[in-house]
Structures are given as C-alpha cells and as structure tokens.
Write a protein of this length. Structure first.
Length: 90
C-alpha cells in the first residue's frame, strides 16, 4: 500500500538535519537515501537551526506580497550575500 501524503510543508536544510538526527537517536538504521542526504546536508547547510528560525521570521516581517514559504526557505538555505545572488537573471 502506498503511503498517503496528508500535508506538505517546506523545511530548511537545518531542519532536515535535525530530522535525520532524530531518526538516528531512535536507533533506526538509516537507509542509503538518508545517508546520502545527510552527506549533502553536511556539505551545504550554512546555518544552525536556531539561526534559521530567526532569519525566516525576519524575512516574514518584511511582508513581501508574493514571497511564499517555499521561497523563504530557499533564500535561507542559499543565504545570498547580495541582491544579484538572489536574483541572477536581473
């Protein structure tokens, strides 16, 4: 039987790392997919989870009309240093 998706919400790389840690603490053997994801996250994750929440809150307070949660999470994951890095097509 296929698993049923009840809801979806974007999470940051820092939050994904925490989920992997929770899986490991339960004593479950991680799958190959989880191990590869963990390697990726360790290579590219920039901020700690506590900082991620602060940055997300700060971006939400800007109240940009078309900026959805998916966009905010990607901004936090990429941590652009300039507007050009944020919008390279401009």
């Amino acid at each position: 039987m296929e698993p049923k998706i009840i809801s979806q919400s974007p999470i940051s790389m820092a939050e994904a790392k925490l989920e992997i840690e929770r899986i490991r603490k339960r004593g479950e053997e991680p799958t190959i997919r989880i191990s590869k994801m963990e390697d990726y996250l360790n290579s590219f994750s920039v901020l700690a989870e506590s900082m991620v929440k602060a940055v997300i809150d700060a971006i939400r307070k800007l109240d940009v009309p078309r900026l959805r949660d998916e966009h905010i999470i990607k901004i936090v994951d990429l941590m652009p240093r300039s507007v050009d890095e944020l919008n390279p097509q401009a």
